[in-house]
Structures are given as C-alpha cells and as structure tokens.
Design a protein around this ligand. Structure first.
Ligand SMILES: C[S@@+](CC[C@H](N)C(=O)[O-])C[C@H]1O[C@@H](n2cnc3c(N)ncnc32)[C@H](O)[C@@H]1O
Length: 217
C-alpha cells in the first residue's frame, strides 16, 4: 500500500469508527449522563444483576482509566466507602475525596504493594476491565488478556475479604476454561455473562465471582 492509499484507508477507517461511535446508544447515553466512558454501563448492568457493590465498601478497580467504572463504584459506595483506581495512565481526579488513584502496572509487585498501602486493609470488591494493548493477532491478544486476568486473580487472593466479590473482563480463548475452574475453587459462585452494553462483535466476556473463600478468616 503506498502512502496515498494508506491515508485514504486510514481516513475511511477513522470515519467509520467515528460514525459507529456517534450512532452507539451507550456512547450517546454516557455523554448525556456525564459518564467518563460507555463502559460505565457494563459495570452498572453487572452490578444490577449480581449486587456486587454495597454502600460503604472498599472497591479496587484495576485498569481503571479513564474512570467510568470507578465513577459507578463511587456512586454505589457513597461517602463512607473507598474506591482505588489503578491504571498505566493517569486518571483525571474526581471531586469525591474517597477516590484514590494509583498510576502504574498492576502486574508489578511494587504497584501491588502501593495498592495494599492505599487500601490499608482488605477490599470488599475487586473489579477489572483491564485490556492489554491489542496487537490485532487474535491468539496473542487472548493470551495477554488471560495473563492479566491471572494477575487479577492473584491480587484477589491477597486483597479480597472473606465473601468479597470480583468482576473482570476476559477474552475467551485457550486457558479460559482452566481459569474458570481455578476461580470456582476460590468463590462460592462463578458466573459468566456479556452485559447488553458490551458490543456484540467484541469477544469480551465478564466473569463474576461471588463470595470469596478467604483462607484467612
Ligand atoms: C478498557 S480500558 C478500562 C475502561 C474503564 N473501565 C472505564 O470504564 O473507564 C482498559 C484499561 O486497562 C489498562 N491496563 C491494561 N493493562 C494494565 C496494567 N498491566 N496495569 C494497569 N493498567 C492496565 C489500560 O491502560 C486501559 O486504560
């Protein structure tokens, strides 16, 4: 493809993407209702169905930028709760004083230590909508995603309180079934779902673990 063809292709793609976005009802709803991302509705729908987040609880949000899930979590926990958003990218501050931002890679021990320090105890809910940087190579992207979810599960082992809840994004592929088997040993109930706001063409799924079985009761 020469430069001219590339720019023409790029223009068409970005025009398609922009018009798809403009016509997306959740994108429009998020703009109207002042949510930071259309992804907010995925957590709202998961929470409505599974009653994940209660008033006053502590929530850790891994892969949180630009903050759509943290925003929903802040609404749910109210003033007595606490939300910690962790991302490689900086998250624009919220007006709420009970939001704490940790910038960095949550797969790194030093960032996990930082999360523990900010949390100052155990979390009631762990949520993660983290996505790896997509390469476009399906198998590679699925493996990277599973690597991230495995780290989320390790973090859950350390920070979730007994009977705590987990909700995280996964891309189905090799290792997906094994991951579900492992989760079923750690949670009283494990459900997989695709909320209505998740785009049909996306292979993302959401896994919900209810009632963490802590070894340190
Ligand atoms: C789909 S976005 C999350 C959207 C968010 N739930 C919302 O509603 O605004 C995925 C995020 O995961 C983050 N991410 C991916 N890998 C990460 C890692 N290892 N550590 C921290 N953040 C990571 C990316 O930087 C990106 O901001």
């Amino acid at each position: 493809m020469n430069d001219y063809c590339f720019f023409f292709w790029f223009d068409c793609m970005s025009e398609n993407w922009q018009s798809e976005r403009r016509n997306d009802p959740y994108y429009r709803k998020a703009k109207k209702e002042c949510y930071r991302s259309r992804a907010s509705y995925k957590l709202k729908q998961l929470d409505k169905r599974f009653k994940l987040i209660k008033q006053g609880c502590s929530v850790v949000d891994l892969g949180a930028a630009p903050g759509g899930w943290s925003q929903v979590a802040l609404e749910k926990v109210g003033e007595e709760g606490k939300v910690i958003g962790v991302d490689l990218n900086k998250i624009k501050p919220f007006k709420e004083k009970n939001f704490y931002s940790v910038v960095g890679d949550f797969t790194k021990i030093e960032i996990q230590d930082k999360i523990m320090e900010v949390l100052g105890g155990k979390a009631r809910v762990l949520i993660s909508d983290a996505s790896p940087k997509l390469s476009g190579i399906k198998n590679l992207d699925q493996l990277r995603s599973i690597d991230l979810t495995n780290v989320v599960i390790e973090i859950a082992d350390d920070i979730l309180e007994d009977k705590g809840n987990l909700a995280m994004k996964v891309f189905q592929g090799a290792e997906y079934k094994k991951m579900l088997v492992d989760l079923k040993k750690k949670f009283r109930q494990v459900k997989t779902t695709k909320p209505p706001s998740s785009r049909k063409k996306s292979s993302e799924m959401y896994v919900v673990g209810l009632g963490f079985k802590s070894s340190e009761k």
